[in-house]
Design a protein around this ligand. Structure first.
Ligand SMILES: Cc1cc2nc3c(=O)[nH]c(=O)nc-3n(C[C@H](O)[C@H](O)[C@H](O)COP(=O)(O)O)c2cc1C
Length: 230
């Protein structure tokens, strides 16, 4: 683009209905659940919220922050969680520094939820229950991928996959493929949860729930609300 050209910027006014203090659910967990359910329902009905469970996850290491997208596979009053290779870049970063941030963003609904907190490992039993629900091919991939390491090429990846597919043949049973040792799930134990709702003229609503007690996300007494300027 020539320096004297001014690129037209697409400006969308965020005509969302907002989020007032009086609309906030009794606990952060109830508010998160409400918005997640509304995003999933909207995808079913209108199809404009692809991957409503897409969760951006930020970690940090000695070079600074790092971010990637995963899928939220757990959501309960302890926090949102995702599955991953624990020896991946994010896994190693979290082992060195468990501070973590995450966000769910639904642009077509003018909504986002942001989390800051500490990462903790999800219990092995919960991981195993989840793993058994994955399709066979995804379970094989968990073995075949040394996530975040250099790959020799596409052919090498497929050859490794084929080796594990032969080692753990598909008999249609959950126990056909065991959970790899290096594979697991991470939960975000939040100290802060922000609900962002886009409104007209960029005068958005931002309600931040900050931890004031040791309870979980469903313990009203453990959270205090502050409105932030947009
Ligand atoms: C929509 C979407 C969903 C993804 N879901 C996951 C996931 O659930 N778990 C995961 O480990 N990676 C997932 N990925 C891949 C990650 O973005 C990332 O490439 C990978 O985890 C390696 O990240 P790392 O090298 O920082 O550890 C997903 C990517 C996208 C775009």
């Amino acid at each position: 683009m020539a320096s004297d050209e001014v690129r037209a910027v697409l400006r969308t006014d965020y005509a969302g209905s907002g989020l007032g203090e009086e609309q906030l659910a009794a606990t952060p967990f109830q508010q998160i659940s409400r918005w997640v359910e509304e995003a999933r329902a909207r995808q079913e009905e209108q199809g404009d919220v692809p991957e409503p469970d897409a969760l951006s996850v930020a970690t940090v290491d000695e070079d600074g922050p790092d971010v990637r997208t995963v899928l939220m596979r757990f959501l309960d009053p302890r926090g949102p969680g995702f599955v991953t290779n624990l020896q991946s870049t994010k896994g190693r970063q979290l082992a060195g520094n468990p501070r973590i941030a995450a966000s769910l963003t639904w642009p077509s609904m003018f909504r986002a939820v942001r989390f800051r907190g500490t990462a903790e490992l999800v219990d092995r039993a919960e991981v195993e229950t989840y793993f058994q629900q994955r399709p066979w091919g995804s379970r094989v991939s968990a073995w075949a991928s040394d996530q975040s390491q250099p790959a020799g090429g596409r052919e090498q990846l497929e050859a490794t996959y084929a080796e594990y597919a032969a080692r753990f043949p598909d008999h249609g049973r959950p126990e056909d493929v065991p959970v790899p040792e290096h594979w697991g799930a991470v939960r975000v134990r939040a100290d802060q949860v922000e609900f962002w709702a886009g409104r007209i003229n960029r005068l958005h609503d931002r309600l931040v729930l900050a931890r004031v007690g040791d309870g979980d996300l469903d313990d009203a007494a453990s959270w205090a609300v502050t409105r932030l300027q947009p």
